[in-house]
Design a protein around this ligand. Structure first.
Ligand code: F6R
Length: 614
């Protein structure tokens, strides 16, 4: 959560930084601020409540000159979203300005200590405590900013990515990270700093991903110097980024979310490329081959994830149990990390995360690692913290996901889980050759089937208009479609703010059926799979109570088209691959309802894309 951008070089810092902040707005957007040192050595700080565009308006008549600056777009943790709490924050003497992503857990103790020495605080943030603390160490010991930052961070408990400007040193930015991402971009006589590579990609493809507890001194005239908290220097590992600008822009779509929904056929193709052969009769996930023994000897798999990634995990459980006959448990990372879970050295933990930065998932990985488990990561963001914390894993390769509501990452995660289960099942001899071949072949057809579903967009727009009024929705599914129902409900609630619940269809009669009346839209995934007849009965039960059924059915299903109030027809596929096809209309339904309601689809209230706080 929160996005950080910095620039030092020969160009005007403001323009580069504002553009960068806009690219990072998906990380938080309740307030924003910028600190610049102008050519006369004046440190100017501007902050506003609201989005980056508000900051831009606010600075129209201000001095925005200078070729060094840092900035921030915030997702509030400590203190309400307002100008005072927005970053950057000053040190007591106002000679230092700092932006911060993360949480300083021991801020209250540090603050009390500083207050006892006469320090006064303007904001309610943990961030102001940190910069006042750094300033205090610097001034009371008469040491440089880098050393003061090292000493301060040795005392800090919590997570941080920070960038600091010093009024009296307009040639250097000091930045550091622990459990929150930070990337340095290296250009020609200029450097960039950002929470991820998206603000940098336009200017350079050379980046250095800072590691935990590393501090970088970025000097305009020299180079970058990386040290740890105890001043041990390391050589920067320069990596090349493969992102391109097209991947992080809307490309003619009104929202990133719609673009990302429509990208899915291509994404699934990219995800499978090099992993499924031309003949579509073999899947190779290199991570599985490299660690075959370790994976096949697992007594149990435990999947840890949050939100949409957790829903993908529920599908992964069914796939792995069905095709590999190895028991699988699926845990919310946030619960797992605070229980005392039974984890043994012969367990394999699969951590699923789009951003690769989710704090709870990272903590769950560390806990499982400490108990000797082997960790397999399934991530999207290349070079993020989770892939670095795992023993091995597979990227989903769906490209940057910028809309806050996860769409293409979900189908990418399910695709990788399918390939994982197929590869393991084949190596384990727990899958019949015939079944293996039919799934691999059909997996190859999924991008085309997704395209057919996307052609239903106009029909779904019409449907959405009819349901914009609704205050509640129920989503039902069974088997592989149950997690799809959960995912459909989550998509709707997070972007349209309509209350929505997902249930296994048969659970209705154990309580939720009491909610059904003529006002209640019920979305049922009722395709022609092994549980079709059972779901049909569940639909009859809803119709008998006047519920309004929107059924997701298989093309040509005459029975349901006569019973349901509205039908969305999908191309037929194999049961275990159905989530890849059936999720798409639910994403579109949520999207169009939210658009009809006039909601900010890409940046829904209270949310942020990357949840780096617990
Ligand atoms: C929902 C959504 C969230 C994320 C969750 C985990 O649309 O995006 O529920 O799925 O915050 O994030 P990652 O996958 O980045 O670990």
């Amino acid at each position: 959560m929160c996005g950080i951008v910095g620039y030092i070089g020969q160009r005007n810092a403001f323009d580069i930084i504002i553009k960068g902040l806009k690219r990072l707005e998906y990380r938080g957007y309740d307030s924003a601020g910028i600190a610049l040192i102008n050519n006369e050595g004046k440190l100017n700080v501007y902050k506003t409540k609201g989005k980056v565009s508000e900051l831009e308006n606010h600075t129209i008549d201000k001095d925005i000159s200078g070729n060094i600056g840092i900035a921030h777009t915030r997702w509030a943790t400590h203190g309400e979203p307002c100008t005072v709490n927005a970053h950057p924050h000053f040190s007591f003497s106002e000679s230092l300005a700092l932006v911060h992503n993360g949480i300083i857990e021991n801020y209250a103790t540090l603050k009390e200590n500083l207050q006892s020495k006469g320090y006064i605080f303007k904001s309610s943030t943990d961030t102001e405590v940190l910069i006042q603390f750094i300033g205090h160490i610097m001034e009371s010991n008469d040491i440089d900013l880098l050393t003061a930052t090292q000493l301060a961070l040795q005392e800090v408990v919590g997570a941080y990515a920070i960038a600091v400007l010093e009024k009296n040193n307009p040639n250097t930015i000091i930045a550091a990270r622990k459990s929150s991402p930070l990337v340095v971009g290296i250009g020609e006589n200029e450097f960039f700093l950002a929470s991820d590579a998206t603000p940098i990609v336009e200017y350079t493809d050379k980046v250095v991903y800072l590691k935990d507890e590393e501090i970088v001194a970025i000097n305009r005239e020299k180079d970058i110097k990386i040290v740890n908290l105890y001043n041990v220097e390391t050589t920067p590992e320069i990596k090349q980024i493969t992102l391109n600008l097209g991947q992080i822009e809307k490309g003619g779509y009104p929202h990133f979310m719609l673009k990302e929904i429509f990208e899915q056929p291509g994404c699934i193709y990219d995800c499978m490329r090099g992993r499924i052969n031309m003949e579509a009769d073999n899947v190779v996930l290199s991570a599985v081959i490299d660690y075959k023994e370790r994976l096949l000897n697992a007594k149990r798999f435990v999947i840890v994830a949050c939100g949409t990634s957790w829903h993908a995990g529920l599908i992964g459980k069914q796939l792995i149990e069905m095709l590999c006959r190895i028991p699988v448990e699926v845990e919310y990372a946030s619960e797992f990390r605070y229980r005392d879970p039974v984890i043994n050295s012969d367990d394999v933990v699969i951590a699923i995360s789009q951003s690769g930065e989710t704090a709870d998932t990272l903590a769950a990985i560390e806990l499982a690692k400490s108990k000797g488990a082997f960790i397999y990561g399934i991530c999207n963001a290349v070079g993020s913290s989770i892939p670095r914390a795992t023993h091995t894993g597979s990227y989903i390769h769906v490209g940057p996901e910028i809309g806050v509501a996860s769409t293409k990452a979900f189908t990418g995660q399910v695709t990788v889980l399918t390939m994982l289960a197929l590869t393991l099942g084949k190596a384990n001899n727990t899958i019949k050759e015939e079944t293996y071949l039919s799934i691999v072949k059909e997996l190859n057809n999924i991008p085309e089937k997704m395209k057919k579903v996307l052609e239903l967009n106009n029909q779904i727009i019409e449907l959405s208009r009819m349901f914009t009024y609704a205050h509640n929705f129920i989503y039902l599914g069974r088997g592989f479609s149950y997690p799809v129902a959960l995912e459909g409900a989550l998509k709707l609630k997070e972007i349209s703010y309509i209350h929505a619940e997902g249930y296994p269809a048969a659970e209705m009669k154990h309580g939720p059926i009491a909610l059904i009346d003529a006002e209640m839209p019920v979305v049922v995934i009722a395709t022609k799979n092994a549980l079709y007849d059972k779901v049909l009965s569940n639909i009859q039960e809803i119709k008998a109570r006047n519920g309004r059924v929107i059924a997701i059915i298989t093309e040509g299903d005459k029975i349901l088209s006569n019973i349901a109030d509205f039908c969305i027809e999908l191309p037929d596929t194999i049961d275990c691959l159905e989530p890849l096809v059936a999720t798409v209309p639910l994403q579109l339904l949520a999207y169009h309802i939210a658009v009809c309601k006039g909601m900010n689809v890409d940046q829904p209230r209270n949310l942020a894309k990357s949840v780096t706080v617990e």
